[in-house]
Each structure stands twice: as structure tokens, then as C-alpha cells.
Design a protein around this ligand. Structure first.
Ligand code: SAM
Length: 283
């Protein structure tokens, strides 16, 4: 957890670049960050258990946590939450630094929504979980406001009629090239993501990650492979996306928006400290 002095120092940083440097320094000196504990993850026969892909996604979030935290995220969403391992880990990583962040998760499988609620409660974090297709019933409410979107979609190439089946089959069935659900998700991310929003999505080599990046590029998103790992069965990667025009990869606004919009900016005594600091710099 940041101490108040560190938060004030960050808020007083004269540029957002300086602030991000400070945040990175603080995060790099922290002790082992908390993520969900497997023994506290609830399970159900019809719900996907945390597996290599889930661990890869959480590892990518951990590796990029200084960028995640420097986003000061207000809303985070996971599409297809399964057991709740990923969204709970994200909540544990982010909320120790950003206690105001709200976490949402969706799944088409009703059993998964119950399991995620239990997993998050077991870890003492609050996640609003909604049973819906992709993010349909949240789209209006969370329009252009998601700061961090995480997705481990059903990506296995299967016959198309398996896609959207009930229960556990929906966890993996991805149709042609494993892209049927992925492509539907890619169609709604622009609607969901905030200006500085970041997306982390798992993909399999058979999904053609290069083509996924091209599709997203046409929608105005930059991308890079954040992490990749091969197992005996599959080659997986996590692709990170950000809005190309307005932001750089770490969510930095192109106009280099200062830390004035940070939550500490709303605390009166910090504002007076900031004024004093700029007065002393200009004198
Ligand atoms: C590969 S599992 C990932 C589960 C969990 N996020 C994890 O990483 O362990 C994919 C999840 O997406 C859900 N899912 C499949 N199609 C969906 C859709 N159209 N809308 C929402 N969730 C969906 C499945 O029910 C499943 O829980």
C-alpha cells in the first residue's frame, strides 16, 4: 500500500512522466504482490478451472502492474470470468493502490457467475458479476468507461455449432479458427473502453494473433504481445491493446495530461501543497 507521503509526492510530480516514474519506483520496491489463492478459488463441475491460460493472463497483469496502477482505473471488467480467478487477482493487484476502483465480470454461464461471486468473496474483494452474453447488459451503463478490460475467451477451434453451448463447453468452443467469440468481443471493445483504457486478451497461435492485431488496428488500437508461453498442447499469448490515437501503450495521454485529474487532486490539502510547490518552483 502506498503511504500518504508517497501519494502526495506522486500528486506533486510536475509531469505525468515524472509521476509514472515514481509509481514504477514504488511498485518495483513492493513485496510480493497479492493474487488470488488457488485454494480459495471456488469450483463447479460446469465451470472452467484456472489453467495455463488463466495463469498466463494473471502473469501478464502482474508484469504490467505499474502501468495498470498508473492508469488510476475507475472501472475494470472481465468478459468470461469462469471461476473468478482472474478478476479476483486483478482486484487484489489494483485495489491495494487504487481503493476506489470498481470491478465487474460477466459470463454466459450462470454457474460461473456464482463461482466468481464466491471466489471474490473468499478473498474479501467485491466484484459485480453479471450473467450476460459478452457484456450486453452492461454496455450502456459502462459505455466508454472501462479502464482495464481482461479477456480469456473460448479460443479452441471447434465445430461452429458448439459455440455458445451450455455449461463447460462454452469455456473453450471457439468455432472456426477459434475466432467466433473473439471476433464478437473485438466488435464491442470500442464501445466499452475509456480513452486511456487497456485490454489484455489471451489468444492461441491458431487464432492468428497477427490478424487479430490487424483487425484492432483498423479500429484504431495499437497492440503488442505482452507475454507468451508454450505448453505441450498449445502456444498461448496475451495481447495488450490501447487506443492508438489518443494514448500510447502505457495509457499516457498524447496531450501528456498531468496528474491533476488524479483522485488526490480532489483532496483540498493536496491542492494547497501543489500550489505551494509550483509557487516555490516559479520563484
Ligand atoms: C477459457 S474460459 C476462461 C475462464 C476464466 N476467465 C479463466 O481465465 O480461468 C472462457 C469463459 O468465457 C465464458 N464465455 C464463453 N462465451 C461467452 C460469451 N458469449 N459471453 C460471456 N462469457 C462467455 C465461458 O463460460 C468461460 O467461463
Amino acid at each position: 500500500m502506498y503511504c500518504m507521503e508517497q501519494l502526495v509526492e506522486m500528486e506533486l510530480a510536475s509531469s505525468s512522466k515524472e509521476r509514472k516514474e515514481l509509481q514504477k519506483k514504488i511498485v518495483s520496491t513492493e513485496t510480493v504482490p497479492k493474487i488470488a489463492k488457488i485454494q480459495l478459488v471456488s469450483s463447479h463441475a460446469e465451470v472452467y478451472e484456472p489453467c495455463d491460460d488463466s495463469f498466463l493472463l494473471v502473469d501478464a497483469l502482474l508484469a504490467d502492474r505499474s502501468n495498470l496502477i498508473s492508469q488510476n482505473p475507475k472501472f475494470c471488467l472481465e468478459i468470461g470470468c469462469g471461476s473468478g480467478y482472474v478478476i479476483t487477482s486483478l482486484a487484489l493487484i489494483v485495489s491495494q493502490y487504487c481503493p476506489w476502483t470498481q470491478f465487474y465480470a460477466t459470463d454466459i454461464n450462470l454457474h460461473a457467475t456464482h463461482t466468481t461471486l464466491q471466489t471474490s468473496a473468499n478473498h474479501g474483494v467485491h466484484v459485480e458479476v453479471v450473467a450476460t452474453d459478452i457484456a450486453l447488459s452492461l454496455q450502456k451503463r459502462l459505455q466508454k468507461s472501462i479502464d482495464v478490460l481482461v479477456i480469456n475467451p473460448p479460443y479452441v477451434p471447434t465445430p461452429e455449432d458448439e459455440v455458445g453451448a451450455d455449461g463447460i463447453v462454452a469455456s473453450w468452443a471457439g468455432g472456426f479458427k477459434g475466432r467466433m467469440v473473439i471476433d464478437r468481443i473485438l466488435n464491442v471493445v470500442d464501445e466499452l473502453l475509456s480513452v486511456n483504457g487497456l485490454i489484455y486478451m489471451v489468444a492461441l497461435s491458431e487464432n492468428d494473433p497477427y490478424d487479430i492485431c490487424q483487425v484492432m488496428r483498423e479500429k484504431g488500437f495499437g497492440s503488442r504481445i505482452a507475454l507468451q508461453r508454450s505448453t505441450e498442447e498449445e502456444r498461448l499469448c496475451v495481447i495488450k491493446f490501447w487506443r492508438e490515437k489518443e494514448t500510447s501503450e502505457d495509457g499516457e495521454r498524447a496531450d501528456n495530461g498531468s496528474s491533476l485529474n488524479g483522485w488526490l487532486g480532489k483532496v483540498p490539502f493536496v491542492n494547497s501543497l501543489r500550489r505551494k510547490s509550483s509557487e516555490s518552483k516559479s520563484s
